[in-house]
Design a protein around this ligand. Structure first.
Ligand code: NAP
Ligand code: MG
Length: 405
């Protein structure tokens, strides 16, 4: 009998929906509880329970992160009209991720999990590229107008005391379109701080890019806010950690990213982050191999998988059919949260356990045992395709070996 690793402070555990909820239970039973004296404060964010509590459980779970600092979250359903009917919901509840992010004021960092045999399309990428996307404003909160014909379009700002400032957008001599968008300095500052905090946390360089040569006030403000916070609050810490921060133009950043070997954080404005995160994740191979962490400017961390609840597999599972759903990103959400918990508590055994759990997962795949989604894209010959449960059990076997060494 192995002695179970102790935890001193609980993790905030946010359970979720559908296939990922099924995987969640398996991961706890097979990979965590046999080895760990697992301590969590449990919140059931499954859609049924969100509905029963009028979504209060989501708010409570986010407040718990402010208390304990570290959370692990299962994927959850964001209700749409079909889900309202399917679950007979009282309301079309908001996205839990949106609610949590609004309370913690955080930025989401997405990182691919790299294994031999699942090769990135870009052959020089050797290390993960993490994308940080600013999640407020710009074109996502834009106001648009169709201009029917000749006339003047202006930007008008009316101050609290009634004074006005105006800028001409364009004098139209025929039909056209206009768009007004905004951002808030406080939001950009939070974004910058989350990026600097996370770069220090993972000891990786931070790149930030925008188009300040063209957008001399809007994008330039992003650049200036990053630079000011960096110099005042982070430059010394970065130098001590041996990492760098730099700003460059977005087109230059794209060119450098393609030629790089990876291993840094790329901070993006809202639209750039939306587009580039899809490019990065598909070029690295699979959404099922992408982790995600919400980092607040106050240093709270919430770990999860980047994919959804894998609804299609869940319906097969409900019909009693075999599924081969990839649990890697969800396992890494747990290992990320456990490592951070260990770090904050000075619990080295817990940090080592997190390392072992990741190593067991990667080794299992590199030895040729994987779920169907990876078997389709792997460069390894004759992979063994496992079902959802057997894949987790194979990792458990490997983990047992590693911990006994
Ligand atoms: P999804 O759950 O990410 O799955 C889309 C497809 O991607 C699946 O049908 C599957 O393809 C493949 N896939 C994703 N994750 C996989 C995994 N771990 N293993 C194997 N294959 C995987 O997206 P969705 O079906 O569009 O969304 C389902 C629900 O998730 C929605 O209700 C949405 O609101 C929610 N969602 C939640 C989050 C979150 O909580 N962070 C994020 C996104 C979506 P095949 O069917 O071809 O095998
Ligand atoms: Mg997108």
């Amino acid at each position: 009998m192995m002695v179970k690793i102790k935890m001193t402070t609980p993790l905030v555990e946010m359970d979720g929906d559908e296939m990922t909820r099924v995987l969640w239970r398996m991961i706890k039973e097979e990979l965590l509880k046999p080895f760990l004296d697992l301590k969590t404060e449990y919140y059931d964010l499954g859609l049924k329970h969100r509905d029963e509590t009028n979504d209060q459980v989501t708010v409570d779970s986010a407040l718990a992160v402010k208390k304990y600092k570290v959370a692990v979250k299962c994927a959850t359903i964001t209700p749409n009209a079909a889900r309202v009917a399917e679950y007979d919901l009282k309301e079309m509840w908001k996205s839990p991720n949106g609610t949590i992010r609004a309370i913690l004021d955080g930025t989401v960092f997405r990182t691919p999990i790299i294994v031999k045999g699942i090769e990135p399309c870009v052959k020089n990428w050797k290390k993960p590229i993490t994308i940080a996307r600013h999640a407020y404003g710009d074109v996502y909160k834009g106001t648009e107008m169709k201009i029917p014909g000749a006339g003047r379009a202006e930007l008008v700002y009316t101050a609290a005391d009634g004074t006005e400032a105006r800028e001409l957008i364009h004098t139209f001599d025929g039909p056209g379109i206009v768009q007004g968008m905004h951002n808030i300095s406080a939001s950009i500052e939070s974004f910058a701080r989350s990026c600097f905090e996370y770069a220090l946390d993972v000891k990786q360089d931070l790149w930030f890019a925008a188009k300040d040569t063209i957008s001399k006030k809007y994008d330039h403000t992003f650049k200036d806010i990053f630079q000011e916070i960096y110099e005042k609050e982070y430059q010394k810490k970065f130098e001590e950690a041996g990492i760098i921060y730099f700003y460059t133009l977005i087109d230059d950043a794209v060119a450098r990213v393609m030629k790089s070997e990876g291993g840094y954080i790329w901070a993006c404005k809202n639209y750039d982050g939306d587009v580039m995160s899809d490019m990065i994740s598909s070029a690295f191979g699979s959404l099922a191999m992408m982790t995600s962490v919400l980092v607040s400017p106050d240093g709270y961390y919430e770990y999860e998988a980047a994919h959804g609840t894998v609804q299609r597999h869940y319906y097969k599972y409900l019909e009693g059919q075999e599924t081969s759903t990839n649990s890697v990103a969800t396992i890494f959400a747990w290992s990320g949260a456990l490592r951070k918990r260990g770090e904050l508590d000075g619990n080295h055994e817990l940090m080592q356990f997190a390392d072992a759990l990741e190593k067991a997962t990667i080794t299992t795949i590199e030895n040729g045992s994987m779920t169907k989604d990876l078997a389709i894209i792997t460069t390894l010959e004759n992979p063994t395709v496992l079902n959802s449960e057997d894949f987790i059990k194979a990792i458990a076997g490997k983990l047992q070996e590693l911990l006994e060494e």
